[in-house]
Design a protein around this ligand. Structure first.
Ligand SMILES: Nc1ncnc2c1ncn2[C@@H]1O[C@H](COP(=O)(O)OP(=O)(O)OP(=O)(O)O)[C@@H](O)[C@H]1O
Length: 253
């Protein structure tokens, strides 16, 4: 029956028994993680817990020594490289914004949409009305409608982070991995970012690594605490915050 070929995806990302050592040190140690389609998940944990390495494994930057890393239940991500994985719809936003400062907000978006077309092709590439509309919608969603024609260099740090999120969104990823977006933001920007990511998670799965607990609280989502490369606790922020082991290794510090 049709149902089998269109079976509902259970896990957008599924990691099981994942291990990665660097010079004999297990940065990731028997890690398991299950993210549902459309889920917003926060990942917290002390420095060196393995958060970045986990993101590197999902995006194909680092190959695990052991374990399963699956996208949409069946796609084995360990068999694909970084470019393939990005093209499959797993987008990553690093901590430092990488927008092009000398271009306007609009041009940065257009360039992101052009993706890996070469510069020459991009110059002669005409945007369809649909795409223009989509860029406009996203610029509005990231709160930069009034800054559309401003150079990126004139944006605040927070606005640059939003632009970069927009540049990922225009590529229509299924999963967004976001690394410490609140770092260096004002309180207002931090809360706006939480709102934006919550909104985005209505249409995409979003995984956010963050240290700022006010921000994590505002995300109001399931939290995974990593410690020494494995999951130490998982649940609501209230639940993990009352876990003695979490307080001991992280929150109490
Ligand atoms: N390429 C590498 N070579 C050697 N050791 C590495 C490498 N990448 C990560 N590590 C080590 O693995 C451990 C986990 O690092 P990782 O950066 O994943 O932690 P993290 O939770 O992201 O920390 P932070 O919160 O400080 O960003 C650390 O002890 C780190 O020194």
């Amino acid at each position: 029956m049709l149902e089998t070929s269109h079976k509902k995806v259970q896990s957008i990302l599924y990691l099981s028994g994942v291990t990665k050592s660097f010079d004999g040190f297990k940065a990731i140690n028997n890690l398991s993680l299950d993210i549902a389609p459309g889920e917003l998940r926060a990942i917290i944990g002390p420095n060196g817990a393995g958060k970045s390495t986990m993101m590197d494994i999902i995006t194909g930057k680092t190959k695990p020594d052991e374990g399963d890393v699956k996208f949409k239940d069946t796609i084995d991500l360990t068999r694909h490289d970084e470019t393939d994985i990005a093209n499959m719809g797993i987008g990553r936003k690093f901590q430092k914004p990488t927008v092009i400062e000398s271009l306007t907000v609009w041009d940065n978006m257009e360039l992101a949409l052009a993706g890996n077309r070469g510069i020459f092709q991009t110059l002669f590439w005409k945007l369809s009305d649909d795409k223009k509309l989509r860029i406009e919608e996203i610029i509005k969603q990231i709160g930069l409608a009034e800054k559309t024609d401003d150079l990126a260099q004139n944006l605040s740090h927070g606005q640059k982070q939003w632009l970069e999120i927009g540049m990922l969104l225009i590529q229509e990823p299924e999963v967004l991995l976001v690394d410490e977006p609140a770092g260096g933001m004002t309180d207002y920007e931090t809360m706006e970012t939480a709102k934006l990511l919550k909104e985005i998670s209505q249409e995409h799965s979003v995984i956010v690594v963050e240290h700022d607990m006010d921000f994590v609280r505002a995300l109001d989502c399931k939290v995974t605490v990593l410690h020494e490369g494995s999951v130490l606790a998982e649940g609501t922020l209230d639940k993990v915050s009352s876990d003695k082991r979490v307080v001991e290794v992280y929150l109490g510090r």
